[in-house]
Design a protein around this ligand. Sequence first.
Ligand SMILES: C[S@@+](CC[C@H](N)C(=O)[O-])C[C@H]1O[C@@H](n2cnc3c(N)ncnc32)[C@H](O)[C@@H]1O
Length: 301
Amino acid sequence: MSQLKEILTKDGTISLRSLIFQENFHSLEGAKKETDLKFINPSDLKRFKNKSLNVLDICFGLGYNSASLFNKIIRQNTSINWYALEIDNKPLGYALRNKSFQKLWHPKVLKIFKSLYQNSKYKDQFFECEILWGDARRKINNIPENIKFDLVYLDGFSPQKCPQIWSEDFIAKVIHTLNHKGYFITYSSSAAIRKTLRNLGLNIFNIKPNLISKKLWSNGTIAIKSIDSIIVENNLSFEKLSPMEEDHLLTRASVPYRDPTLNSKAKDIIQKRVQEQLKSNLKTSKKWRDKWGMTKQTLGS
Ligand SMILES: C[S@@+](CC[C@H](N)C(=O)[O-])C[C@H]1O[C@@H](n2cnc3c(N)ncnc32)[C@H](O)[C@@H]1O
């Protein structure tokens, strides 16, 4: 735990701060609240009532996203085939020792998490789960080729702090594992990540903010290969990109992160991108911010 510091967030749930990445695992507004708003609500889990579901959770951390997901599907007779990618098992160890974390979930969620911590696997009649410990860029290759996911969560540290898991090259691999009608969900609304997803041929949507405020215009991004218009129109959590968001994709902020060897260091990925931005003919993001009355703080990750 020496490089992880405990944090209490405003909804009363605990989280961690990484002293290495210099970033919190969750928004200070609330770890559980963030999970529900940005990952669980947009997943529209009632679609899978009495059915089966394949899920990939990238950057599992303490496991809020999957704990919340498991908590819901336990109550609706859904069976799940689940994989997670995570480089560090200390956040899960910490979560399992923490009383306030334990109180949030159905006992079965904790039973599954204990098994993942001890054996990296869990299996029963409804749940088949495996966590692959190590760098997600390599471990993603261990997921069987025939599995296509209905939901993929990408919840890494921000692209500027951890560009390794946001490169066009890594995201292309992730998208390869996504079902045609599956949802790729991330909290990031950065132009670079949205442009990357669009370059890969996906339809992208904004996860609606909970408050109608210029300060908070997004709770993230959903990307879908092939849209089922009825389901998409009925989903209250996401919407088409606004003209302001579309315009963001025409700026230098939309230059993707690149990591063709999938083993570059963070600083090399960032440096290469800065060079590419300097050479680019795209307008600067300052022009975009001035046009739409944005400050750097309103942009998020
Ligand atoms: C923002 S936190 C994840 C929060 C998490 N979803 C939760 O509910 O606690 C980012 C996580 O990414 C992990 N991580 C960082 N680089 C990684 C990599 N290359 N491969 C896999 N996991 C990585 C960190 O160890 C950390 O647990």
